[in-house]
Structure formats: C-alpha cells, structure tokens
Design a protein around this ligand. Structure first.
Ligand SMILES: [Zn+2]
Length: 291
C-alpha cells in the first residue's frame, strides 16, 4: 500500500509526524546555516593556498563538515546533550542560557526552529496528505537555509540552489507543481532574466546590483514552480525589497545605497507563489479580462 494512502486514513497522525519532523529538521537547518558557509570558506582558502603553493601550517583553519565536530556551546565548548539539539525546547527550558556555563544562547536558533515548525505545519495543512506536501516541505526547508545564510554572509551557496533546481526538475516529472516543459523553461528564463537585467544595469550604472547566486536562485524557483510563476516571484520580491529597504533607510538614517541581500525576498516570494501562486495568477488574469 502507498504510504500516502496509509496516512489518508488518519490525517492528524500525518500532521503530528510533520510537526515532529520539522523540529528535527529545524535543528539540522541551524547546523547547515552555521556550518555550510564556513565549509565553503574553508574550501576557498584551501584552493587559494594550493593555487599560491603555500605550505601547510598548524595555524591553518581546521576542516569542518555538517556532522563533525558535534554541536557545542560557543562559550565553554562543551558538547551538547541530544535534547539540547531541539533549540525550541531547550531554549525555553534553559531560558536562553547554556546548561553548563550559563552563557547566552542566540535567539536565532529557536527562531529558525519555530519558523520551520510553523511553515511546515502550514504546508501540510494546505496541501493535505499528498506527495505535494512532501515536495513542498523540502522546498520550504531549503528556502529557510538559503534565507539565513544570505542574511549572514550575502551568499547563496550552489550546494543549496543546485539542490533546489535538481529537486524541482525531478518533481516536475510527476507533475506535482508544474510540467517538465514549464520547469525547464522556468529554469532557463529565471536565470536569464536576472543575468540580462544585471548586464544592462552594469552597462548603465557601472555597478553590480545582483550576484550570480540570485540568478541561480531564481532559476531554481523557475524549475520548481514553472515559468508562469516568475513574474509573480519577481514582483513580490521587488515590492517587499523596496518596502523593507526604505524602512531600513528611515530607521537607520542611512540614505546611501547599502548592499542588502536579495535572497530572503526571493525566498519569501517563492514560498508565497508555491502556496497561493495559482490563485494570484488567476486573480490577475481575471482582473485583466474584466478591464
Ligand atoms: Zn556553555
């Protein structure tokens, strides 16, 4: 029997399973957000050293990966107990302090976890017991990791954007959100729209407004959701970007152009398009038809 049919008899168990899983994944996302950029930096520095022919010294940065070393307190370096790894629970129980040294724990960890929980449960209620929920959960989790890495490092790692693109193309074979044709066209168009806009922008202003990571991210969203969603994604991301950018300028009294990462806006716009994209598109076409 199909696993989806099995849960269809009991949607509440499915929902609880998604909630529990989203807590575990939220914990893993914190690790990815913290470690992946450091792993990439390590790779870059190794490549530069090799290229420059530098010898190895004891002061070289130590390699890290997603599983080692085990999660530890940044203050006292003590390894965390397994239950500490669910920040939403341990943060509340320990009141934001390390169990060993009482050092302050960043609010970021429970925040990422809470976001993972809320978004995952919402996705599961929206799509119900279906393969669409499974794909949408993976989509949501990758988006959360990209958002926070871009906020911290102004970086959208290929590891994640390529993963999202591959996943989008693969799922299109099963017509979950779009057709294979629309996914491929979406991927290519997504990349080209930003690459060409940037080329034109650079020609006129001589400045770089967007990074290659943004092109690859839009390509991934196009592959996942189909080319039809690209205008909505760009529109939503730009509007929220302008609103938050202007608010940021007013609050901080900074009127010079500061580079703000565009990834988080693309992520929010992509997620909205996954959930309500077809309704928004339908509403737009309907309004056009009436006028
Ligand atoms: Zn500690």
């Amino acid at each position: 029997m199909d696993i989806i049919n099995f849960f269809k008899n009991d949607p509440n168990i499915f929902l609880m399973l998604v909630a529990a899983l989203s807590l575990l994944v939220g914990s893993f996302l914190n690790v990815v957000i913290y470690r992946l950029p450091r792993m990439i930096e390590f790779e870059w520095s190794q490549e530069c050293r090799e290229y420059l022919g530098l010898k190895k010294t004891d002061e070289d940065p130590k390699p890290i990966n997603l599983s080692l070393p085990f999660s530890h307190c940044p203050h006292c370096q003590k390894t965390l107990k397994p239950w500490h790894n669910i920040p939403l629970i341990s943060y509340l129980v320990l009141r934001g302090k390390c169990a060993y040294c009482s050092g302050k724990i960043s609010l970021r960890y429970p925040l990422v976890e809470a976001l993972s929980l809320i978004a995952s449960v919402y996705v599961a209620t929206h799509f119900g017991v279906s393969w669409q929920t499974v794909g949408a959960l993976l989509f949501t989790w990758i988006l959360i990791a990209l958002t926070f890495i871009d906020l911290d490092y102004h970086l959208l790692p290929d590891h994640l954007t390529f993963l999202l693109t591959g996943l989008g193309l693969f799922l299109s074979l099963f017509y979950l959100y779009t057709t294979p044709q629309d996914a491929i066209v979406g991927m290519i168009t997504g990349y080209l729209i930003f690459a060409l806009t940037q080329a034109a922008f650079k020609l006129v202003t001589g400045k770089v407004g967007m990074g290659q990571g943004d092109y690859k991210f839009l390509a991934a969203l196009g592959a996942f959701l189909g080319w039809q969603m690209l205008p909505i994604i760009i529109l939503l991301a730009s509007i929220s970007g302008i609103i938050i950018g202007v608010t940021h300028m007013i609050i901080k009294h900074q009127f010079k152009s500061v580079p703000l990462p565009f990834g988080p806006y693309l992520a929010v716009a992509g997620w909205i398009s996954l959930i309500w994209g077809h309704e928004i598109l339908h509403l737009y076409l309907h309004t056009m038809h009436l006028s």
